[in-house]
Design a protein around this ligand. Sequence first.
Ligand SMILES: [Zn+2]
Length: 1013
Amino acid sequence: MTDSRKVRNAALGIFSALFLILAPSRATAADGETAPARDPKQAIDEPYTAKIQKYTTAPYFTSPLVNYLPSSNTVPTPEAVLGDIAGAPGVLPYAEDVYKYMRMLEKASPRVKVFSIGTTEEGRDMIAVAVSSPENLKNLEENRARLAKLADPRTIKLDDAEADKLVAQAVPVYYITGTIHSPETGAPTALMELAYRLTVDESPYIREIRDGMITLITPVVEVDGRDRMVDIYRWHLAHPKDFYPPLIYWGKYVAHDNNRDAMGVTLKLTESVLNTYVGWKAQVLHDLHESVPYLYDNTVGDGPYNAWVDPILTDEWQMIGARNVADMTKFGMPGVFTHGDFDTWSPGYLMFIAAMHNGISRLYETFGNGGADTQERTLDPEEYSRTWFRQNPPLPKALWSQRDNNNYEQTGLLTSLHYFNENKRLFLKNFYVKAKRSVMKPAAEGPAAYVLPADEPRPGLQAELLRVLQKQAVEISRAKLAFTVSLPVKKEKPKKDTKDTKEADKEKKPEPTTRDFPAGSYIIRMDQPYARIADALLDHQYWSPEDPQKTPYDDTGWTFGELFGVQVVRVTDLKVLDVAMERVADVHAPGSVKGDGAVFVINNNAEPSLATLRYKMKDARMEAAEEPFEGGGKKFNRGSLVIRNASRADLDHAANDLGLQVVALGTAPSVKTHPVRAARVASVHTWLSTQTEGWWRLALDDLKIPYDYISTQTIAKIDDLNAKYDVILFPPVGYFPGPTAIINGMTTAWGNPLPWKNTPETPNLVGKNDSTDDMRPGLGWDGLAKLQTFVQKGGVLLTATDTSRFATEIGLVTSVSAHASERMKIVGSVVGTRLVDSASPIAYGYEEKVAAYCDNGPIFSLTSIAGARGRRRLGTESHTRATGRGTADDPDFTVGRPTTEAPEELTSEIWEAPPVTDEQRRNGFRVIPPANRARVIFRYADKKDLLISGLVEGGDEIAQHPAVVDVPAGKGHVVLFSINPVYRGETRGTYSMVLNTILNFDSLDAGRKLAEK
Ligand SMILES: [Zn+2]
């Protein structure tokens, strides 16, 4: 802090003190509501209060709720742990210090209880702190039982009168979560002080909250990331003149995307918060963020709203949001608003756990400085402009402190808690009604159930999908017998042409069809309290290109059945609910060895567990069949595994573990095979961003596939990459800043090194990830040469989305170009792809149609001419004949000479390279020999079949273009993905495209047919 700032702060302190004296002291205002004011009979903590005034940079950046601290003889203030007050400049506590304080509160007061709610990927604790009256905390279980009945209305037979009795008695739970986003640093101290206030303040306003409800607080959600962020901040304080390293890792796997995991529930933090929310039967989940000045309660946000939420919830958003803004505006706090550009479509956000489980989701964006420095902050015009929804906008420029941020966070929360408490009977009743409407869903809007058939060819992936639903607290049942349901009649679009309409009338009206399901099929009944989340995950999404919202905030499609590659049938026929079924506690795909013989075969249906098996049974000899075959009375797909040298007992154990059906045969099938070896894998990250590649690491770890995790810098340092690795995965960086950014990294032309390593100031930085002395250098030209040599000598390099653009633009491949879209909008959607080359090992186990995740490409085009810029093509150009004699199909003539017929024009499909012409072959040194040309494995579907879920606008730009391409380069291969096959734990159906590449790394040319010329 500079001297001038100190002077200014002191002046502001006096101003704030005046404000304090003038604050109203009556408990009840004339409007009949309890006034937000301190209890004049309760002493305040004078030194603490003085510091609050000192660190608050302007009198209007605080409120009568937080501009003082009540004193207590028995309960320690946050100063006991922080050494200063909450929000003090220069003070950022580690999670364990926050916990230490919460446990001090628990020890000092019967109004506080601390619960462990889980551990992180790196083994750190997660906690939840309950603050309420001693009586409420004593009766937690009794109260939980009441809330549980409201949460599951089946337990009271949907009896509204009974519900009313429970509503009258129950104490609601309001769950607040802090700092899921590690550079958003203010919440922990705000929540420490909030917990203190709720514990000791005797003002009627706070007492009502304490006695009337249970406030549950998880002060740090991303605990691993918090400790890293505090490290960085400490490094910054120790090197005040230097630039400090950006927080490249938050949690072990992902950064900002930790707030996009509430669908897949792959991260520990999601699971812990979900279990806590559902376990406590909480009514609200309120998540704290810091990226918008000064308090954007983005709960109301903007449309489109998620289609599966109950409108009762969206009304609750409006009520709470509007009141929140009103209360804070009355305090004179600028920049509080609730509408904005955040659409509430995706259910991936942590807070949305509540929206999908009959509660109320809320999210604050307050204003943080990414640390605890007090700084002058200048806003963009769009941030400070006055709009219809922000009549009292933030200031264009202001000195801003962590204390200001803490004031806003606490004031917003306290007014919310108070308003919620005043209206708790309404909200508790709504909680019940939303649950009841979930239970009544089958007969109301439907569907009645989703069915996952027992004859699913991918039982392992099916089990994975069902386990996600179980994590979401969805009940899963299994049919005891085979059953049949009727499927709805598909409405045909009326045809415009009158003649056609007449024809159509003559055609038979489509009959209702039925579908049979075998015994053992999984049924997800929609007459259960948490039907909503199952419906949202399994249904299809449609985002209209005409939607007024032109900038979707996140993904627009996610249909889990499609992305997992398993059958999910939406059933509206209510009879499905009468099928004899039993609840399933643990979903497990059965697996074993059947038959006799020493040769074992496993059918390949693109189940990721095949790769797990390969690495698990290191010493077994495994081969892949290059053609389909029959054996033991069963049919086996291309790519099926033939295993020798394996102990039957080991294999049986592994098969049971992994849900694989193994068939033992007396003799090996007479089919061409190639070895499937456990490739040595490296997964490469940049020091620019590790967010998107983190999902790849998570998938590999989950599948127990060993790999070295190395940076682009490390590549340059390895003399012989081929001696160490067979396959180098280069997952997406997450954005494409141009091809040379990966090579150059961040500039080293100025500034100081940005170390990412453990030092005395940064003991937590590295964790289980990577380290470097300086994050700035990139791959370098040496590194690029190493990568090129690796491929030329026989290695396999696999890239996806932006790294595919890198590989094409930097020249690691010829024959494929990658372009950004010009007008297409595919915003995190599920799209259709089509299998082009089923003989390629990359396609093993896949069927003709595969759903994939696409986020606007890139758009691949092929060429057979080296150095020719592959032109993106937008469909066949029309070559109509020139004006002349005859009909449209006739040959023209030239007067005075015999007619010469033009040669047949060579045609090709969009996903293919245009054929080489005779003209190009004249001295054709640039013609790429057939063996060196790219091999398209999957392509995007035709335009009309492209959209499966989400938003696809201008899809003709990418329709039919290659989606997965295998490009030979020297003795090796570069495998390019336009789709992202490994993403947020949601795309398990496409994992095997990557795993197939790994397992067949030295046989990728299997089944390849070369062009003749
Ligand atoms: Zn955030």
